[in-house]
Ligand binder design. Structure first.
Ligand code: PNS
Length: 162
């Protein structure tokens, strides 16, 4: 495998995502973390903020870079010479949808998807759960990178204040 993509919304990136990026980076020559630009779904963090955070957290990995895309993932991969998608699987509940997407991406473009079993330390994590817990004052340290923790607190106090 040469270049692999780890696609997602990353609103925000969690330590579970980061674990998948790091493990993918040991198998591929290059890993692109690609943030989906979805104009119909407002997130907590803007696309620019997500990219900035991601660039910060992948900085220690020389073969991981961050980009954003819109439209079909298979088109992005074709245009950027990407050979495979790498996704984390947290639990059986992830499998149905991930399998559907993998099969559709293969049907559309012959693009392969490789699954990495999420580190059990992070198997219950999701970006939405992180936002919900943080919103109500729960401690999410150790579950998200430090760069997220700082921005999450600032972002939520702004949101609550407005
Ligand atoms: O973090 P998410 O929101 O679960 O990531 C989902 C993502 C971005 C991987 C998926 O929605 C996607 O690939 N979207 C791009 C549009 C596309 O190609 N859709 C068809 C998928 S078979």
């Amino acid at each position: 495998m040469r270049t692999a993509v780890c696609p997602g919304s990353f609103d925000p990136v969690t330590n579970g995502h980061l674990d998948v990026f790091a493990r993918a980076s040991t198998m591929a020559d290059e890993v692109v973390v690609a943030v989906l630009i979805n104009h119909s779904k407002a997130g907590l963090f803007t696309i620019e903020e997500r990219i900035e955070i991601l660039r910060d957290v992948v900085a220690p990995y020389p073969n991981i870079r961050v980009d954003a895309f819109h439209g079909l993932l298979v088109d992005y991969c074709r245009d950027h010479g990407i050979q495979a998608i790498v996704k984390g699987l947290r639990a059986v509940s992830d499998f149905d949808y991930e399998l559907q997407m993998a099969q559709m991406n293969y049907r559309l473009a012959g693009l392969e998807t490789l699954f990495i079993s999420t580190n059990p330390l992070y198997s219950y994590l999701s970006s939405s759960l992180i936002k919900e817990v943080a919103k109500f004052g729960g401690d999410v340290s150790g579950l998200v990178p430090e760069a997220v923790l700082q921005r999450l607190q600032a972002k939520l106090s702004d949101t609550m204040g407005s």
